[in-house]
Design a binder for this molecule. Structure first.
Ligand code: CTP
Length: 393
């Protein structure tokens, strides 16, 4: 592939030559476009040596034809990755400002794949203006590559450290190659709310972060994702994700059953309430003197088991399991019973795993009995592992 590495003026610019080298080593052609501030941190000679091309930095340098250089670059490139991206270049991109070689090139590449690796002081990163600009870039179809350590599955960016070159490289390549292009995937995520009366419900603490991270990773790899989501505060950013918002298990069931037949795979991540109140009062229940309250509960349909019965040749079905005892044996029997291809066992024992937090630790068990045990990592990284093991390509 032909890739432009855009470099703006932050200390992390010293890592840019490493990214260029990694791309070159793997057979890609690279040209560097740097801001004048970037060249305070890394020399043009270094960039030129690792890329094998002159560095484009000055719109009006005698060696270029300023009116066409950035257009020629746009036509040449398959993608541009800005690493590091300062708050300033992110703001310029969000606003469409074109006042130097890098911002001009970026604006001319609005129709191409663009990747941005934020790197800045964490206060600057968390400033509302920067967060707004990053959201704007996402809405414009730019892929934001954050460091796995700093990244929060909720969508806010973490501590401002730039992702390592290897991480940027692998995100860039997997996204460009779109290994899941042409695949359609159903994902369920979040909790379900089961109404008691007009203002109360029975729910659970699921945040939806794991399912949203999965949706994001699969969409980035080119899949068409249908995300059936229980109530959460999370937002979806990728245009490849169609979100269907539901509240109760029965609504989730209907959406999933309707969507599954046209899908290549389904990953059921949602924490579905197994029971719902038999009756839902259409008004607010009043206190009843000093007496207690008994709510009759009835069983909800099992979405995973239903899809397991519907599953046809060529479809892949993945479930999650949260077990407190005999974890492996229970997960394996769930896999058999519900006709799954893979089950992801959540650990409840490990600190930092499970509900609400940004990290998770899972054991993946496949139908053939093989297992992949993961470390504690960001939900995004866990999602990448799950997608890799799915082997949908
Ligand atoms: N699940 C579902 N529909 C339900 C309940 C669960 O689709 N009504 C899915 C979850 O999304 C998850 C998997 O089933 O992928 C496992 O849920 P879990 O609550 O661990 O297991 P159950 O099947 O409910 O079994 P048990 O409560 O007996 O452990």
């Amino acid at each position: 592939m032909r890739i432009i590495v855009g470099i703006s003026g932050g200390i992390a610019a010293y890592k840019a030559p490493m990214l260029v080298r990694l791309l070159k080593k793997n057979g890609h052609d690279v040209q560097c476009v740097a801001t004048s501030h970037a060249l305070q941190f890394v020399t043009p000679l270094t960039l030129q040596t690792v890329s094998g091309h002159a560095v484009y930095s000055d719109l009006f340098a005698e060696s270029n034809d300023f009116s066409t250089e950035h257009i020629a670059l746009k036509d040449w490139a398959d993608a541009i990755v800005v690493a590091p991206a300062t708050a300033n270049i992110i703001a310029k991109m969000a606003a469409g400002v074109a006042d130097d070689a890098l911002s001009t090139t970026l604006l001319s590449m609005a129709g191409k794949r663009r990747f941005v690796c934020p790197a800045m002081n964490s206060d600057m990163l968390h400033a509302p203006a920067t967060q707004r600009n990053i959201e704007q870039l996402r809405a414009d179809g730019v892929t934001i590559i954050e460091s796995a350590v700093g990244e929060l599955a909720c969508g806010c960016v973490g501590d401002g450290r730039m992702a390592e070159s290897e991480e940027i490289y692998s995100r860039l390549i997997s996204s460009m190659e779109a290994p899941l292009a042409g695949k359609k995937v159903l994902i369920t995520a979040g909790p379900t709310y089961e109404r008691i009366d007009a203002v109360r419900f029975v729910g659970n603490f699921s945040s939806g972060k794991m399912g949203y991270a999965l949706a994001e990773v699969m969409a980035e790899q080119g899949a068409e994702v249908v995300l059936v989501s229980g109530p959460t505060h999370l937002t979806t950013r990728h245009s490849g994700i169609r979100r269907i918002d539901v509240e109760s298990a029965r609504q989730m069931y209907s959406a999933a059953v309707e969507t599954f037949p046209s899908c290549d795979a389904a990953v059921l991540c949602a924490a579905v309430a197994d029971y719902r109140p038999e009756h839902c009062a259409d008004h607010k229940l009043k206190k009843n003197g000093n007496k207690g309250l008994t709510i009759e509960m009835v069983q909800n349909p099992d979405i995973l088991a239903t899809l397991g019965k519907m599953k046809r040749e060529g479809q892949t079905l993945v479930g999650f399991a949260l077990e407190t005892n005999d974890e492996r044996a229970n997960a394996k029997s769930k896999l058999e019973r519900k006709n799954l291809d893979m089950i992801v066992l959540n650990s409840l024992r490990d600190k930092g795993a499970g509900f609400g937090v940004d990290t998770n630790k899972v054991l993946i068990i496949k139908r053939d009995g093989s297992e992949v045990e993961g470390e504690l990592k960001s939900k995004r990284a866990v999602a990448e592992d799950i997608v890799r093991e799915l082997k949908l390509k």
